[in-house]
Design a protein around this ligand. Structure first.
Ligand code: SAM
Length: 315
């Protein structure tokens, strides 16, 4: 569906629930912040809503997120159901803690790609940033995902004074495995919304650090990509410059929460429920009214911050 700025909203991010087995310091204040949504739909109802959005609202690419999607007990059947909708691609974003045991089944169910969050290669620092989980398990998960022939990307949120000294180590690790690493600039969300000392480590400093070790060159990225893409000898990396070079003007995303609410924008998370459409026969026109309403809240230029944490909306 086209919005009033001519953006073609064709990517859907589906949150399977807010539960998570990590509590990243920049995402939540404690693991207790991850409350299961009391209004969460069953996975079959959520799948029906996805199917409606694919049939009537021009969604062609799906990304499954959360919370931590690998904790959801119906994940494999959900992916299988999405695959049967015939969409162009199915991706998933995960912290990777449970990936090693699930990678092969995920691929068999129809998953195409997996983005794994990895903020540190140092076990202690990993634990400090994520407050839970063992780095070793994530690294095993990455190897298993590669063996299962899933397309793998790594996401590192770079935080001044916390992991900026690992920028080059992470790139070395990714290049060795032929994986594309994306550096995420920190976003003013949840616990960081309106914080006085926002520990942003901006794109130009990331590039400067990398430039001390590698020759890099900017290359083209897809028109609606969130990441700027760079070539380095042996591979590519990306930077998602939420603050330094906002990309909202080409954003093509719509979000669906686990309770069946549409969210058009991380900055203006004004949810619009489509849950009631599960009980209706004729849905097309009302569904598209609701989609149009939620994408009307999309920021035209730049993310402006939100008091909702990323794990509530699903990234
Ligand atoms: N549990 C999964 C994971 O860890 O990837 C999926 C959900 S998590 C909320 C999705 C992504 O949001 C992760 O890559 C995480 O690092 C990122 N994220 C959360 N809070 C953020 C913030 N304030 N700024 C930038 N990225 C953030």
């Amino acid at each position: 569906m086209l919005d009033s700025f001519g953006r073609n909203i064709n990517k859907l991010r589906v949150s399977l629930g807010e539960s998570c087995n990590m509590a990243c310091t920049y995402c939540v204040t404690s693991i207790k912040d991850h409350n299961p949504d009391p209004n969460a739909l069953s996975s079959s109802d959520l799948l029906k809503l996805v199917s409606l959005l694919v049939s009537y609202s021009g969604i062609t690419k799906i990304r499954i997120t959360g919370g931590e999607p690998l904790l959801h007990r119906d994940l494999l059947s959900f992916i299988d159901g999405v695959r049967q909708l015939g969409v162009e691609s199915i991706g998933l974003t995960t912290n990777g803690l449970n990936l090693s045991k699930l990678a092969t089944s995920l691929k068999e169910a129809g998953l195409d790609s997996v983005n794994i969050s990895l903020d540190s290669l140092n076990p202690e620092n990993f634990r400090k940033l994520g407050r839970a989980g063992r780095l070793e398990r994530v690294l095993e998960g990455i190897e298993k995902a590669l063996t299962a022939r899933l397309r793998v990307k790594l996401n590192m949120v770079v935080i001044r004074g916390a992991n900026d000294h690992e920028v080059v180590d992470l790139l070395d690790y990714a290049i060795e495995r032929r994986i594309e690493l994306r550096y995420l600039e920190l976003m003013r969300m949840g616990p960081l919304f309106q914080t006085e000392k926002f520990p942003l480590f901006p794109m130009h400093e990331i590039l400067e650090l990398i430039g001390r070790h590698f020759t890099w060159r900017k290359v083209d990225a897809e028109h609606d990509a969130t990441a700027q893409r760079y070539w380095v000898p042996g591979g590519h990396f990306g930077i998602i410059p939420n603050e330094s070079a906002p990309f909202c003007s080409t954003c093509s995303r719509l979000r669906l929460t686990s309770s069946g609410q549409l969210v058009g924008c991380l900055s203006n998370p004004t949810p619009t429920s489509i849950q009631h459409l599960l009980k209706q026969q004729e849905v097309a026109s009302e569904l598209n009214e609701r989609v149009a309403h939620s994408i009307a809240f999309k920021e035209p230029v730049a993310f402006t911050g939100s008091n909702l944490g990323m794990s509530r909306i699903g990234g």
